[in-house]
Design a protein around this ligand. Structure first.
Ligand code: ZN
Length: 340
């Protein structure tokens, strides 16, 4: 394996790893977790053990201090972040964070935690997975689609297709569509007792326990997991103020870190940054792939997504893939200039 010190110099930046949920099952009988959003807990432990041996896991507060005051960081620094607010963060990841004394930041969608409003992507996945129906109709802004559900691979294709159509809709438009899909498929997450562990949100008590360990800092991931750039300024403010307040109530600490739902380029803009700053957030994490150089804008921090596919070698490759990407880009530029 490549020496991580050499690797970080090649990368010229700090990697921030992005996790979501965790699971204690290696495989599933249906389509649940086919996209690898929930990491098998033994893989997580293997990764943290590797990072403890080869890297220095630092807090987000320390990285922000580095950006603000040019304080020194260990050469092989890395950060852990976990989005959404799944209960598995507490049940499966937190024991490992404690065992290895590894700090992490968790970004919470507060309606998910406070109201048990299940994430729409999970409601969709659950309904498609459990249904006996062989197709589903979808109507979005007057356009109609029919998806075939007669095999697991067609269900996965439907899941991807429907997500693509609904992703950028305001939740007021999207939620009734999800209600209708659940009805027509006769499968609704809330009717299942108990709810599959993977889809469960954290509780405020679990959040408080993690924060009190001083290993976990908690940030906002909006109130309803809405994409910032589809919101009006008033909606942005409301999403941010309400989630900040809810987290401060739960954790009894100031909440000033944020991660963008979806978080790709185009999901955030100048306006969302101005409002974040105005409300008192000190940084924002995106899902734009990359590492963070010394002059990185702290409202557009890049991350490396860690999913359930592959093994430790794949994980090490993800940490080094950005270096390879840069080399490829440089090579292609040279070729382009030569052929001109
Ligand atoms: Zn999210």
């Amino acid at each position: 394996m490549m020496n991580p010190n050499a690797l970080q110099l090649a990368n010229k930046g700090i990697p921030i790893l992005m996790y979501h949920g965790f699971c204690d099952q290696k495989s599933f009988s249906g389509i649940e977790n086919y996209h690898g959003k929930h990491l098998y807990v033994e893989k997580f432990e293997e990764q943290i053990r590797y990072l403890k041996q080869h890297y220095k896991i630092i807090t987000l507060a320390r990285l922000l201090d580095h950006y603000r005051n040019a304080t020194a960081l260990p050469v092989n620094s890395v950060l852990l972040t976990i989005d959404d607010g799944y209960a598995s963060n507490f049940h499966l990841a937190f024991p490992i964070l404690k065992k290895y004394q590894a700090p992490a930041s968790i970004f919470i969608t507060t309606d998910f935690v406070e109201k048990r409003n299940f994430l729409w992507v999970d409601r969709l996945e659950y309904a498609l997975n459990r249904t006996q129906r062989t197709n589903v109709q979808l109507t979005v802004t007057g356009k109609e689609w029919t998806y075939d559900l007669s095999s697991p691979s067609l269900k996965k294709a439907a899941d991807r297709g429907i997500k693509r159509e609904l992703k950028r809709l305001a939740s007021s438009l999207r939620d009734p569509i999800i209600d209708r899909i659940e009805e027509s498929l006769e499968a609704k997450i809330i009717h299942d007792h108990p709810v599959p562990a993977m889809y469960e949100p954290l509780t405020p008590e679990q959040i408080k326990i993690m924060v009190d360990s001083n290993l976990v800092s908690v940030g906002s991931h909006t109130t309803s997991h809405v994409i910032m750039s589809v919101c009006s300024p008033e909606e942005m403010r409301d999403e941010l103020v309400r989630s900040k307040h809810a987290i401060e109530q739960m954790s009894q600490r100031p909440c000033n870190i944020f991660s963008y739902p979806n978080g790709e380029a185009g999901d955030f803009n100048r306006q969302s940054r101005d409002i974040l700053r105005e409300i008192g957030f000190k940084c924002a994490l995106t899902t734009v792939v990359g590492v963070n150089p010394w002059n990185q804008d702290s409202y557009e921090l890049k991350r490396l997504n860690i999913h359930n596919d592959g093994d430790l070698t794949g994980f090490v490759r993800t940490l080094s893939s950005f270096a390879r990407f840069l080399r490829k880009l440089k090579y292609e530029n040279i070729r382009r200039n030569q052929s001109r």
